[in-house]
Write a protein that binds this ligand. Structure first.
Ligand SMILES: N[C@@H](CCC(=O)N[C@@H](CS)C(=O)NCC(=O)O)C(=O)O
Length: 248
């Protein structure tokens, strides 16, 4: 047998888990996946990754995600673990026929464009703004990068506010709850909590505030918060998670 021969289906799926298994640490991007799993009423195992000892960079974890980033979801019936939050939540929504407009729906394009925007613009900018010194070691340059990112992040929340206002709310797609709302809510939480230094606040985005208030009353969101050690109002009055291993 040469290297080029395809691997048999049963071999590829041999390591596929029997249940979903979410790898995460408190209040990291796994929180978004957890809210979606809870909304869909799915059962899953949870595998804690200790960021305080950099477990996400261990050889074992990098076999799941070579980037050493959280989250990973192991998915029954898939031939590889999934990483990238947006990919995971859209896969869950599509597999279970809920929380995303189906292909062919007139809202599908709107859904996809905002999903990609949340993932590759807002979430990505936030991530860099939390630790700009990772990207540019010079302190002054890092500060200036941080300031530029906060301006971009404020602009992004402005675009989302305009969309919410145009759709009439309460959700990003109007009356239809989707995984976009969970993704956006977690980003709004982290934007207020970490390295924001009072530069961005919900005051300028009343429609977004209303969405966050709606979401934080949902039982599935409350359950996810409890499991992540997040107390109080997670999106409109965010406080750091109260579990060992919580990192900024
Ligand atoms: N694009 C990735 C970003 C994930 C991400 O930034 N994960 C953070 C936690 S929220 C992480 O693993 N940080 C650990 C590190 O940077 O070492 C996704 O959407 O899943």
């Amino acid at each position: 047998m040469t290297d080029l021969q395809p691997v048999a289906e049963e071999t590829r799926l041999a390591d596929s888990p029997k249940r979903y298994r979410l790898h995460g640490s408190p209040d990291s991007a796994n929180f978004i996946v957890r809210m979606v799993l809870e909304e869909l009423g799915l059962s899953y195992d949870y595998a804690p990754v200790d960021r305080l000892i950099s477990q996400q960079n261990s050889e074992a974890y990098r076999r799941l995600n070579p980037q050493g980033l959280i989250p990973v979801l192991e998915v029954p019936g898939q031939d590889a673990p999934m990483f990238e939050t947006a990919a995971i939540i859209v896969h869950l929504a599509e597999t279970h026929g809920n929380l995303a407009p189906a292909p062919g729906s007139p809202h599908r394009g709107r859904f996809l464009k905002w999903l990609f925007f949340l993932s590759n613009t807002l979430h990505s900018d936030l991530r860099i703004s939390f630790k700009p010194e990772r990207y540019v070691p010079e302190a002054q340059v890092a500060l200036s990068l941080h300031a530029g990112l906060i301006r971009r992040i404020t602009g992004s929340f402005g675009h989302l506010e305009a969309e919410l206002s145009a759709r009439g709310g309460p959700f990003l797609l109007g009356t239809e709850l989707s995984v976009l709302d969970h993704y956006l809510a977690a980003c709004a939480r982290w934007a207020q909590l970490y390295r924001n230094e009072g530069k961005w606040s919900l005051e300028a985005t009343p429609h977004l505030r209303a969405l966050l208030e709606t979401l934080e009353m949902r039982p599935a969101v409350c359950k996810a918060c409890e499991l992540e050690g997040i107390e109080g109002k997670p999106f409109t009055q965010p406080r750091p998670a109260q579990l060992p291993g919580t990192t900024a």
